[in-house]
Design a protein around this ligand. Sequence first.
Ligand code: BG6
Length: 485
Amino acid sequence: MTDALDLVIFGGTGDLSIRKLQPALYMAFVHGGLPADVRIIAIGRRPLDTATYVDQVLGQARAFISPASLDDAAWQRFTALIDYVPLDAGQTADYLRLGHALRTGRARQVYYLATAPDLFVGICEQLAHARLLDARSRIVLEKPLGHDLASAREINRQVGRYFNESQIFRIDHYLGKETVQNLMVLRFGNALFEPLWRAPHIRSVQITVAETVGVGSRAGFYDHTGALRDMVQNHLLQLLCIVAMEPPVSLDPDAVRDEKLKVLKSLRPMTPADVRRDVVRGQYIDGAIDGQAVAGYRQEPGVDPASTTETFVALRAYVDNWRWANVPFFLRTGKRLNKRRSEIVIHFTDPPFSIFPDEQPRGANRLMIQLQPEELVQLQILAKEPGSGMERRPVSLDLDLHAAFTERRAEAYERLLVDVIKGRLTHFMRNDELEAAWAWIEPILHCWNGHGSRPAPYFAGTWGPNPSSTLLTRDDHAWSEDQID
Ligand code: BG6
């Protein structure tokens, strides 16, 4: 068997395909990440021929490739790998046509479902029916996988009828980010942090994924999804897992995923009273981002003017195990916030006793791992201010990853697509992980639905609604932005 590959993208005319997948495939192609014998089969409902698809649809993907990497000759060679097949996901006859474009038996088929999750099962059924699956096929499932625990279970069960777990790649692109993978190295490649990486030495963990963008053109999807399902259930909980997990015995996919599963299962379940106290739900109203006036969420095209969908969530979670007993994990994400910034901040406890006559500054030590906009690892420690006294001031030990490594950094999707092609599952979610994440999220969804609660409004361009700050100040914590700016 050669490494011949048919990479089939369902949703080939969609937003994700244009903004992320095709640019990632181009970069993988240019940098030798694709096998020599590869065909990329883009699938969409629109009745286009390949030349028109390449010209009109794929052409838009060029805007999402850095100009330095875009080379016309390479682009020509890349687009020559592509076929477009119009297909209606429910039409059996269309899959027979797809079969003609594939090299079944001679190449491995990887099916990437960049579609709404309610199409996943039907597509698998149709592929099986058209005999387009075999033991070497792989399937990639985009998030969100389902909209609650029951639907996620059902998708897992049904997809499991056609693929075994080692053929299923549930993608969470945060697991492909360089800094997220680097966190594993920071934690498990150094002995320095491990003795302190626990209660009572850690006082709190903050995870923020803040975006300045609004809902954009995705209102149809977002308005019935919301930030909890779109971001917390997957990206933020995965980041929490990597911070909180025990050292896995190896990088074997199941060794890593077993440890992440234990974290998800240790998350303290929320009662309705916990949800009311510890979860903040917000929705942006008009405001300004970088000095530009922007509309409120309900005024965005395609959004229900009476929508109660949350565009912001902040919450306090606990991982009930020995390592993390009573350490709060504060999670926060939102659209139209003050800055685009994703970071994990580990706050260490203060020294147990101060030998200095003046008051010891609070929160002297923290480790900040910034994912976006810059990759940055910063350790804040207290140092003596030059002069005669013993005044102290926080200073940062900065790990400048860009200066230390000049190598090219692949985008998350490129790295994960290459993992799929090579069959590496470590950075993908297993079925039980996904279900455990939904199981923990679900009481929050129930509580919000059951009590007719409404999201708290926040002005676009701020850090979210006021209760997000009180969630922390109540216990003498604070979000870290004031200290970082
Ligand atoms: C996606 C969400 O999974 O992640 C989007 O659906 C969000 O709503 C995006 O904007 C954020 O990803 P990144 O890599 O830009 O932080």
